[in-house]
Design a protein around this ligand. Sequence first.
Ligand SMILES: [Zn+2]
Length: 153
Amino acid sequence: MKTYQKFTLITVILGLIIPLLGLFIYFFVNSIIGIPILGLFLGGALLIGILIIAINVAGLVVAFKIKNTKIVGIALIGCGAALFLAVQFLAIPGLILFVIAGILALKEKNPSYNLKERNPEYDSTQEDGVVCLNCQTMNLKNSIFCNKCGQKI
Ligand SMILES: [Zn+2]
């Protein structure tokens, strides 16, 4: 798992636990008071809760499903911004965490171009390889078939 993915996972877990805790406290306070004094806010709180969950799930999907780290980075920062728009000042910790995760993703080298990591057999002294047209994996210079997907090069 990449650093930005770990960071996104932590961000999302915190982002989901805190609203749930808030909801729990809300019901707890209500049950003590007896009167749904906070009931006026429930509609808005539910909407914000759904928004928070949607944004966090979107962040998680982006971090783990999209391979292009540039897109992931921008999307994660976008999630932070969306969270801030939805929850405003309470979302500042989430915003900061999402922005850090986004920057980490942007700094991440795109795996397609990282030969040594992707292909351990690749000899670093060999200057040029062959890029597979099917999956964009860099292969050894004289490869006939792609090392990753098996496509004929
Ligand atoms: Zn391939």
